[in-house]
Write a protein that binds this ligand. Sequence first.
Ligand code: BGC
Length: 765
Amino acid sequence: MKKIILFSASVLVLAGCQSGTPQLAKSSVDKVLKAMTLEEKVHLVIGTGMAGFSGESAVIGATKSIVPGAAGTTWPIERLGIPAIVLADGPAGLRIDPTREGDENTYYCTHFPIGTLLASTWNQDLVESVGKAMGEEVHEYGADVYLAPALNIHRNPLNGRNFEYYSEDPVVAGKTAAAYVRGVQKNDVGTSIKHFAYNNQETNRTGNNAIISPRAQREIYLKGFEITVKESQPWTVMSSYNKINGTYTSQSRDLLTTILRDEWGFKGLVMTDWFGGDNGAEQIAAGNDMLQPGTDKQYEQIMAAIKDGSLTEKELDVCVRRVLELVKRSPKVKGYAYSNKPDLKAHAAVTRQSALEGMVLLENNGVLPLKDVKNVAVFGCTSYDFIAGGTGSGNVNRAYTVSLLDGLKNAGFNVDESQKEAVLRHIADEEAAFKASLSGDFSVFFPTPRPSEFIPAASQIAASAKANDVAIITFGRNSGEFFDRSSADFELSAKERELLNKVTAAFHAQGKKVVVVLNIGGVIETASWKSIPDAVLLAWQAGQEGGNSVTDILTGVESPSGKLTMTFPVNLMDAASSANFPIDADTGIYFLNRREDIGQKDVDQTDYAEGIYVGYRWFDKKDLAVSYPFGYGLSYTTFEYSAPSVKNDGKTVTAKVTVKNTGSVAGKEAVQLYVSAPQGKLDKPVKELKAYAKTASLKPGESQELTLTFPTAELASFDEEASAWVVDAGTYSFLFGASSRDIRCTATADAAAAETPAHRVLLKK
Ligand code: BGC
């Protein structure tokens, strides 16, 4: 890739005025486009390359230019006043380098809670406000497009990137992403909703062929993106790495043009995921406007296709225009003088507070909130080494992480630190051993595994049970890009079980309680052990203030109001997708379109044989017992639902319900509206979520009427034969649930038959 020179927009405008050539800041996109040479056009639709990776390896974006550590930049063309704009990850906060060579300043970003926690708040206003804070950092650190949010469906508990994603349900995924986009884009910076689409596993992510029926695509895997596009107008969309029914998504015109633009009305730009796909010319023809981070090979492919006529310059111009439109609306072209000083203090408060609403109280026999507790014993390596968020491009270079130990101390507890030194030494020894074991070119991508569990001597546990009022055990799990989790990671390890059993026995013998905190990014097995401790708090990975947020919940600063956005199955194999997920297949790392031969099973293809029966849709259909159902979460108070009503005027369904706090402390309640359809031509799920809302913080005795609405057209299912969205005529039941298995009241309304045709695309080949 040729050397490029980066420059600032203000200098450009000046140069342009002198020469009379159109300048992007002042001239129309049309004029600039007309003035471009073919070479310039081809450069503009691919990025500026990635240092050290001019060929085709590596995946995470990292450029040294303009904003060091950002994922990529666009191609600048000085004579036309087209600056390079900066694209940076996402989604738990901005990912850039925290330090720069020869510069004493630091560039830390706030590590906000992971996506799954944000979705678990069921609070779209809150997500929007977190997005706004994230966007301020994007803007003030000089980035233009934030590569977030990520909203792929939690198809299986083991997907290594589930922590970045929101839910097994497309309405939760779409509403959460839309709120996030609205928040970020308030700062005049763009977002890139990703990974469009069907990126539901990391194993062979750059070559895997997802085989999915049109109905499951439309109703499950595309629906969240559709909602986000329609409700928030993201500036950009990032296509995914995988194939859909035989075609790379980034090379699928059906997906990127027919569905995204023609059917949903998307007006922005589509970019590839980093090095995604295998043919630059096909990507341009499909409407994948920009290829990131850009390679020489892609440049040659596009040029060759133009020369042999398989791609026309007119087709290329469509994409060039969209890149120009994106650059034109960016802060860079406007010459925004970013401060490099976002308000990190204010954002630390935002992350601490927002995390409270997404933590899910799974069990509580009365021990929480902690009362009359002064002395606390903490167990589990993770209590000392808290996990702020997942690994890979979804990580954030934060300045600090508050551990549970520190959070408890900050709140004034006497924390028993007698084990601290031994635990920290144990963690450091294992980390050193892991680093020493690394070899090979790609070892840089391997994240440090979680330490094995540390179990103090029986005498020490007994002494601790005597000296302290309560025990808190934290279990941690971490994962990220490149790897799916293993089946072993889903279970508690033998050592974790041993720690749980020993600590609980010792504390119970003293008449004292034990709380388990789960500092995890994805679903684990809970059925076999959840009744052993006295409470279980699912803290997720709550960002850099995690220990403070957990402490706030444990002490009752706020009542927990998070609810699960996915099912916790009894067994991993209970999930329908487990039959067709590459469980334990991934023993290494996958590059672009080739797999390193490291002994994994054949994972070239994943058959989504379960169709639309993902998550609760499956568990309901089979009437299977679960450990915790979708939508579940306890509170320190209780709520009563009354006065349900629903109206359908043919355009909008409007449902109302009154929620009353019947307990003794203040709290918020997330109400879920499910629909149960009459029997029609198609097989229907037992129920499907259509809307949700959360009350304000209700004082004991206080009530609030919630109004939940959604378009009547959303009652439709996708009929593959007709290639249309079809609403069956009949009486629909509307279920107001505290969870998918705790329906508090129902109402009914009729709907007339309706059919909305859709293109017959993305078929199985
Ligand atoms: C990830 C994307 C990310 C990109 C740039 C890819 O490996 O899949 O989510 O935005 O890298 O860092």
